[in-house]
Design a protein around this ligand. Structure first.
Ligand SMILES: *Cc1c(COP(=O)(O)O)cnc(C)c1O
Length: 393
């Protein structure tokens, strides 16, 4: 027994269990949407990244079926070998139009886009400045690159400036990386200030628009559009699997950047191209995004309605900030610890609301994370607020 090299796994699992960090999957038994079925029960869904309600849209489903019939279930190889179809190129063109960049490149997931891009544009002789609250894919991309990583306090421009001042001159290239909408807190990065700093310190800037694409900006172009920074030189990453209702990731930027990545990004070169079905679904989603801006307006109307409902109750706080001050469809409801978050998540489920606990190590502090969709109805929001208020008393 002593020398079984796998015994540590059981010990590790029991440590995870003791800390209330144990996770397991939940089976969704219906189409994605504002109402989903779990364990035979209909629940109002406040846990989805499907902001515009497109993942269950008939047109995306039809496009995926059609492309699958025409081109098969798998793309069968790397984009550089047998994995490239015309719809990949069409999708990349649509993304670059949406982002108003020269070019774009699709990866098989947003995670792969981040690790591939970051590890290609910087290496050992370079510096990465990374927001403390960044998504795991940004953090792991940074580690993979081998560059010197300096974390700055969340959204703290002064701290970032100090660190650039201290470190920049010791390295060849520099890259600032940040979520544009922070995935677990729902706040926005200070993009115009970050662009100024990037320029001042001769640093590249990479923003991850995973939760912003299709949600922010007059055309759904993301935070870059929201802040009127369209056309500035920077590296934009995103996913096809949130507001766009499909699967895959992308990078958008200059033609030269994309050309370079096609030749260098290992998580693009050495992995199978996006399936025809996923590609066609994402392409259809971008077309719908353009044709039906009312979906985005409805989402923001829901954000506004929830804010008004919360403002009438003056006691919801998120990390010292009144919860009703949130700036995106992601709202976090902070709780003392993991056990309490699990308990509240369970109670919500009992009254018909799905908004599970988010705990360490995903985040530093446990919370219930709520995300809104365009397809939520006012009654859904009213029920959520009524229930949360009760827990806060
Ligand atoms: C979800 C997410 C990703 C990963 O995207 P996938 O396409 O799901 O792999 C990357 N960055 C952020 C900020 C995310 O929230």
């Amino acid at each position: 027994m002593q020398n079984n090299p796998y015994t540590w796994i059981e010990q590790a699992l029991s440590t995870i269990n003791r800390a209330n960090w144990y996770r397991s999957v939940k089976t969704i038994e219906s189409l994605p949407g504002a109402i989903i079925k779990i364990e035979g029960k209909q629940l109002i869904n406040f846990a989805s990244n499907d902001y515009l309600g497109l993942a269950g849209d008939e047109r995306l489903i039809a496009a995926a079926i059609e492309a699958t019939k025409e081109f098969g279930t798998g793309s069968t190889g790397s984009r550089l070998l047998t994995g490239h179809r015309e719809i990949h190129q069409e999708l990349e063109q649509e993304i670059s139009k949406l982002k108003q960049t020269e070019a774009a490149l699709v990866f098989s997931s947003g995670y792969l886009a981040n690790i591939g891009v970051i590890s290609s544009v910087v290496s050992q002789r370079d510096l990465i400045l990374s927001d403390k609250y960044n998504h795991s894919s940004l953090k792991n991309g940074a580690i993979l690159s081998g560059a010197k990583i300096v974390e700055y306090s969340h959204n703290n421009i002064q701290d970032l400036t100090n660190k650039l001042e201290q470190e920049r001159e010791n390295y060849r290239r520099s890259l600032i990386i940040t979520d544009s909408i922070f995935s677990m807190d729902g706040d926005l990065c200070k993009l115009p200030l970050l662009l100024d700093l990037a320029e001042k310190y001769n640093s590249m800037l990479l923003v991850d628009e995973a939760h912003a694409t299709g949600v922010f900006g007059i055309n759904g172009g993301g935070c870059v559009e929201h802040f009127n920074c369209t056309g500035k030189e920077l590296i934009q990453i995103g996913t096809l699997s949130k507001a766009l209702g499909s699967l895959g990731g992308y990078v958008a930027g200059s033609k030269k950047l994309i050309e370079f990545l096609r030749n260098r990004a290992p998580s693009w070169i050495y992995t199978t191209g996006l399936t025809p079905g996923d590609t066609a679904a994402a392409l259809t989603a971008i077309k719908i995004l353009k044709k039906e801006p009312e979906r985005r307006f409805k989402l923001w109307q829901n954000v506004e309605t929830l804010r008004n409902l919360l403002e009438t109750e003056n006691q919801l706080f998120c990390r010292g900030k009144k919860i009703s001050n949130y700036e995106s469809p992601i709202i976090c409801f902070p709780l003392k610890n993991a056990a309490e978050a699990l308990e509240v998540g369970e109670k919500l489920k009992q009254v018909g609301i799905f908004a599970p606990a988010i705990r360490p190590p995903t985040v530093n502090t446990s919370r219930i994370r709520i995300s809104l969709m365009a397809t939520h109805e006012t009654t859904h929001l009213q029920k959520l607020v009524a229930t949360l208020i009760n827990f806060n008393k």
